[in-house]
Design a protein around this ligand. Structure first.
Ligand code: PRP
Length: 173
């Protein structure tokens, strides 16, 4: 991996995830919270966030949405490739994402889940690239705002590589 630059080191990510979890704990009443996580990128973030939350009623559910393929930029097309297999009606639902870029994925997802009448529906994203936004999306919990650079690691990939790395890196050209 020559010359990949570390943008956010793993210790800093872990610290921020714990802060986000503390905020979430404080904001939600006792009882279940459904963490609806979007595969694949969010799998590491949701695992760390879930373990930083102390109540036992943390339900972990997965969806998959595809928009990027193997390209570096969004195709602009959002497609649901795996739906939830639980009923979220009347539940507190927190969508957990690794990154919000154009906002297309999250605005699609929010609209879709809203129709299922959850008690509340909020978004937690580890990374936010506000410069890239095409569709406005209200995001309650943001780990880090980052500049418009292509990042990998901590769940984020380039052509399926790099997801396993603990730091968030800017990919060398
Ligand atoms: C990434 C990320 C978000 C989406 C954000 O997923 O995990 O789901 O892009 O981009 P947007 O705000 O422009 O819609 P990706 O399609 O790369 O799939 P992956 O999570 O499987 O890597």
């Amino acid at each position: 991996m020559p010359a990949d630059r570390i943008l956010i080191p793993s210790e800093k990510i872990q610290r921020r995830v714990r802060e986000m979890a503390a905020q979430i704990e404080a904001d939600y009443p006792a009882g279940p919270i459904y963490l609806v996580s979007v595969l694949k990128g969010a799998f590491i973030f949701v695992a760390d966030l879930a373990r930083a939350l102390s109540r036992p009623e943390i339900r972990i559910e997965f969806m998959a949405i595809s928009s990027y393929g193997h390209e570096k930029t969004s195709s602009g097309q959002v497609q649901l490739t795996r739906d939830l297999d639980v009923n979220i009606e009347g539940q507190h639902v927190l969508i957990v994402e690794d990154i919000i870029d154009s906002g297309l994925t999250l605005s699609y997802l929010k609209r879709l889940l809203e129709q299922r009448k959850p008690k509340s529906l909020e978004i937690a994203t580890l990374l936010d690239k506000p410069d890239r936004r095409v569709t406005p999306v209200e995001v309650k919990y943001v780990g880090f705002q980052i500049p418009d650079e292509f990042v990998v690691g901590y769940g984020l990939d380039f052509a399926e590589d790099y997801r396993n790395l603990g730091d968030i890196r800017v990919l060398a050209e």
